[in-house]
Unconditional design. Structure first.
Length: 195
């Protein structure tokens, strides 16, 4: 090596430019999803009719006796437990219908999103309310009261839902099923473009 030679300056090699494509975030499409959401709401509401029929068929009637003192109906023995049985049958029907509703609406791939999910939840709530109202009427028709009631008569009294809390089972199960499907899906647009 020559001692008089100028030192060689080594330039650092520049980092290669790496292009990162960032996919645009999908936006909620409200206007395009309104008509399908209305269809989901009405279809879900229509399933309140079979739910009411199934509840009126499965819910147990109560055996009651007419009190000679005040003429009121009192349950015989443990027949008062059938009040809870009627409510639990309604809740189980609502949970099953809600899970099926949530998964069925998730299968509408091209319409996935918050608009259809809100319509599904509202339709589930309306269907559960309709099922409770109509189920009570159907059960009352199944167990009619006799024309003449005397003291100490024993009667089969139609099941009834004495609380509205059971209505919440259907929309909660539907929202939970849809939410689990959404959480399981890793795509930003929930797979709408693939449908």
């Amino acid at each position: 090596m020559d001692e008089n030679a100028a030192p060689v300056r080594i330039e650092p090699v520049p980092e290669p430019y790496v292009y990162h494509y960032v996919r645009p975030r999908p936006k909620v499409v409200v206007k395009r999803d309104l008509l399908p959401a209305l269809g989901v709401l009405l279809t879900t509401f229509a399933f309140g009719l079979p739910a009411a029929y199934v509840w009126s068929w499965l819910a147990p009637a109560q055996l009651k006796i007419v009190s000679p003192q005040d003429g009121k109906f009192y349950p015989i023995g443990v027949e008062s437990y059938h009040r809870l049985d009627a409510l639990m049958v309604f809740v189980v029907i609502g949970l099953g219908a809600g899970a099926v509703t949530g998964m069925a609406v998730w299968l509408l791939r091209s319409r996935r999103g918050p608009v259809v999910m809100l319509a599904m939840t509202a339709g589930s709530f309306a269907a559960a309310w309709f099922a409770q109202w109509l189920g009570g009427s159907l059960a009352a028709g199944k167990y009619p009261m006799p024309a003449e009631i005397k003291p100490n008569d024993t009667l089969l009294v139609a099941p009834s839902l004495e609380t509205w809390w059971g209505i919440l089972a259907w929309p909660l199960a539907a929202a939970l099923a849809y939410g689990c499907c959404t959480a399981w899906n890793g795509l930003d647009d929930l797979g709408r473009r693939l449908g």
